[in-house]
Design a protein around this ligand. Structure first.
Ligand code: ADP
Length: 396
């Protein structure tokens, strides 16, 4: 059994999945939670069974040991698996990484240098890498960067019109995130449409807690809504998306500190700021009950989505497909319908029956007559990481 162990390590949690890189089959998955905090736990899922252990997990090395113990106890036995690589999700690869790489000291140094650009994410990723190096010294480790897919953006799309010093010394430019998901979904929709990816102009809408839109032309990202940080672009669970950059200065002039503003923009804005809940499903329930804040939040979310799809159709010079993915995109038929109904100017014609009630399944949700196809394609970042990791290992 050929497999890649996919690891997504954050500062206090570590998600893992053992994936067949060729078929995407998941042999087991799990989550080590509350690393370095009181009341930690590991949940290991295999063959439809969940095995939970509650115990303190002081650090990432212990987390990887627990993962190994969980495989030994509940299977599959890692000694029996042809483990070809450990694929690590790394959030920020800056301009250094347009492709996945086998991790060596130079890669670690480069990811450390990028910490100022992703202070909430890259440190946890690095701790996960260090821990797997200790526990699996003989298995190649591969870094798959969330930013890599967007390194193909032309400079016109990646450049902020700010002073040279900011751009050159502070590396202020647009990087984009969720690249692994956008790459997977763009490729998958081409397969579903039975068209070569090279011929397609696609807008992918990854709508989860974090949300981003990407314009994909012939399989390459040519623009994306997240920028230097994951704050820019669409309205998210707790992040605002696009803002007038003058807002920060305005608030500082009125006594807010930079730390308060940073916290509010990443943790207290978006749906949470508008409604008091960051959970889209809950917002939809409140909207159905007649809550005015929830109704406004929905309208703001939809308005921003419509604006991005329209802008990206123009950037692409045409549009063949719009794809919805991640928690909200895969599950919420109302948001999909609201967006598509407002895109009639592009010849989009929603297939109401196909859309309604569709959850977590691949399907086309526009009519045969629609000039642009819209699809729901569940994302599979773990498979994409496994696939990329196995290609890098085979290539090296
Ligand atoms: P993450 O970015 O954390 O991976 P997900 O892709 O899991 O997030 O998306 C989480 C979001 O999806 C939450 O806002 C959640 O409410 C929303 N969601 C999940 N299921 C549904 C559903 N059936 N209807 C509406 N929204 C849903």
């Amino acid at each position: 059994m050929r497999a890649v162990l996919v690891v997504n390590a954050g500062s206090s949690s570590l998600k893992y999945q053992l994936v067949d890189p060729d078929t995407g089959e998941s042999h087991a998955k799990g989550l080590v939670d509350r690393i370095g905090l009181p009341q930690g736990s590991i949940k290991h899922e295999v063959g439809g069974h969940k095995h939970v252990r509650e115990l303190e997990v002081p650090d990432h090395v212990r987390a990887i040991e627990l993962l190994e113990e969980a495989f030994a106890e509940h299977g599959p036995d890692l000694a029996e698996v042809d483990l070809i690589a450990v694929g690590h999700r790394v959030v920020h690869g800056g301009q250094d990484f347009a492709d996945p790489v086998v991790i060596d000291d130079s890669v670690i140094t480069a990811v450390e240098r990028l910490v100022p650009l992703a202070p909430l994410h890259n440190p946890g990723n690095l701790q996960g890498i260090a821990a797997t190096t200790r526990i699996f010294p003989d298995i190649p480790l591969v870094a798959v960067f969330d930013t890599a897919f967007h390194q193909s953006m032309p400079e016109a799309a990646s450049t902020y019109a700010v002073p040279r010093e900011w751009r050159e010394e502070r590396r202020v430019r647009r990087y984009g995130f969720h690249g692994t998901s956008h790459a997977y979904v763009a490729r998958r929709v081409a397969e579903l449409m039975e068209r070569p990816e090279a011929d397609l102009k696609t807008v992918v809408l990854h709508l989860g807690n974090g949300a981003s839109a990407t314009a994909v032309d012939g399989g390459r990202s040519v623009d994306t809504s997240m920028g230097l940080t994951p704050l820019e672009g669409l309205v998210m669970g707790t992040r605002p998306g696009d803002l007038d950059p003058g807002i920060a200065g305005h608030l500082i002039a009125h006594g807010k500190t930079q730390a308060e503003i940073d916290h509010a923009l990443s943790k207290e804005s978006g749906l949470l700021g508008l409604t008091g809940s960051a959970d889209f499903r809950e917002v939809m329930e409140r909207r159905a009950d007649g809550d005015a804040d929830a109704a406004l939040a929905f309208d703001v979310v939809v308005h921003r989505l419509v604006k991005y799809v329209g802008a990206y159709a123009a950037v692409l010079g045409g549009l063949d497909a719009i794809v919805f993915t991640a928690g909200v995109g895969e599950n919420d038929d109302e948001v999909r319908a609201a967006v598509l109904e407002r895109l009639g100017v592009f010849g989009v014609e929603l297939d109401r029956a196909a859309n309604e009630g569709l959850r977590g399944e691949e399907a086309r949700i526009t009519t045969d007559a629609s000039a642009v196809q819209a699809w729901v394609v569940p994302t599979n970042e773990e498979w994409e990481i496994a696939r990329q990791a196995s290609e890098v290992v085979a290539g090296g």
